[in-house]
Design a protein around this ligand. Structure first.
Ligand code: SF4
Ligand code: SF4
Length: 422
């Protein structure tokens, strides 16, 4: 497989005129269950400090759904298998982040621990952070910044991806339970469910205010949904940093399932997109190797093919099929080696295509000059780096094939990292 790089215009024959979100077909087959796989890897976003700082060590037995404490700072993972801890080691994330990886080996069958037997915000923080769907309720625990609006996004965040729409269609009852639990736990004044018009019926059933969102890409991205609702988020902060919390429909379904069963849900929907652009939704456990999910979808990735976590516009190329499905992995895309193009080193032609297509009106043609020279703070101050809503369209239209989106994401991460260190 090829590693770093980006998706190029010729991929799947996408054209600029045809950028509508991919709808979930009405007669779509039921989600296929990925077969049981005994290995699971979970990441903790913290530099490895030695195996001795964890509540388990290699060779220790674990129960299905057991909470495994990592470091004294309160981080934890939930074991997706009943078996043993195989190893605990350092891992480097896709953007160079220092992390800790815990590998489990065992069976996924059997009854899971009931860690969430008494639902409540405290219990959710103690066991549901990073359950399937990337659920996180940390934003609700700051008394200085109460959340008054919850936006649930029931739309997919990239082209060709339908996993989230499938969640809305298949798990409407769990989402309703999750909505009820949120009302009881945190009582936000307003709850809005953003869905494509075709799923409005399911959304109405949850009791939320329903926002029917245009399916034109990228209108389903959180910042644009908020803008449509007349809600603003200060530049430079994410929707989750304000009085508005944004949750995926799958995260809310996870909360509903946890309330019903008492266990921590670890199974999520993932769209697998093959080399021909055809896609299938697979139910896979968090921690499962990507290769096992591709196998369940009948998709193969050979030498030289590119495997991308996410969709064609916003996804990130990955280097190993042994890497796991993460709580917020919505899609895996395989691109044939013949369709993979390298990153160009052509200079910007100042054609203005990226500026014309940018939904946030970022002066991308100027921004890219600063980003290429790593002048990230100037890029943020002078050329609206933080107004970017991360749609990837600038890369998609760039005639010089500059990886503009990757430059933007790198700059945002670097600024966040240096800001956190200060
Ligand atoms: S990714 Fe590019 S096109 Fe999209 S909002 Fe950011 S700067 Fe604009
Ligand atoms: S589309 Fe590419 S070449 Fe054209 S102005 Fe933007 S960055 Fe420069």
């Amino acid at each position: 497989m090829k590693g770093a790089g980006m998706i190029r215009k010729p991929f799947l024959g996408l054209t600029r005129q045809k950028l509508d979100a991919t709808p979930l077909p009405k007669g779509a087959p039921p989600v296929r269950q990925a077969p049981v796989c005994g290995t699971a890897v979970l990441f903790v976003p913290r530099r490895f400090e030695g195996a001795g700082t964890c509540s388990v060590k290699a060779g220790d037995p674990v129960r299905l759904g057991q909470k495994v404490g990592v470091y004294s700072t309160g981080e934890y993972v939930i074991s997706p298998v009943a078996g043993v801890v195989q190893k605990i080691e350092a891992h480097t994330g896709a953007a160079g982040e220092a992390m800790t990886a815990i590998t489990f080996e065992g069976q996924t069958a059997g009854e899971a621990e009931k860690l969430f037997a008494k639902p409540g915000l405290g219990a959710a923080l103690e066991c549901l952070e990073n359950a399937a769907g990337g659920l996180s309720l940390k934003a609700f625990s700051n008394p200085d910044k109460p959340i008054n609006t919850v936006i649930i996004i029931g739309m997919d965040q990239d082209l060709l991806v339908t996993a989230r729409q499938q969640v809305v269609r298949d798990k409407a009852k769990s989402i309703s339970k999750g909505v009820k639990a949120l009302k009881e736990m945190v009582n936000p004044g307003r709850m809005v469910f953003a869905v494509p018009p075709a799923l409005a019926h399911e959304a109405v059933e949850t009791g939320c205010e329903v926002a029917r969102i245009d399916t034109a890409y990228p209108k389903a991205l959180p910042a644009l949904v908020l803008a449509k609702l007349g809600l603003t988020v200060p530049t430079g902060s994410s929707p989750g940093d304000s009085e508005v919390a944004v949750l995926s429909a799958e995260a809310v379904a996870t909360l509903g399932e946890a309330c019903e069963t008492g266990a921590v849900p670890m199974e999520k929907y993932v769209t697998v997109i093959g080399k021909d652009g055809a896609s299938k939704n697979i139910a896979a456990r968090v921690g499962m190797p990507l290769g096992a999910v591709l196998a369940a979808a009948g998709v193969t990735a050979g030498d030289g093919d590119r495997v991308v976590l996410g969709g064609p516009l916003r996804g990130t190329a990955t280097y190993s099929l042994d890497l796991p499905v993460e709580p917020d992995t919505d899609a895996i895309l395989v691109q044939d080696k013949a369709a993979v193009e390298g990153v160009s080193d052509y200079p910007c032609l100042n054609c203005g295509e990226c500026v014309a297509v940018c939904p946030a009106r970022v002066p991308v043609n100027m921004l890219i000059r600063y980003l290429e020279n790593r002048l990230y703070e100037d890029a943020a101050k002078m050329y609206d780096l933080h107004s970017c809503v991360e749609c990837g369209l600038c890369s998609y239209v760039c005639v010089a094939q500059i990886p503009v989106f990757q430059y933007i994401m790198l700059a945002k991460r670097e600024l966040a990292r240096t800001g956190a260190e200060e």
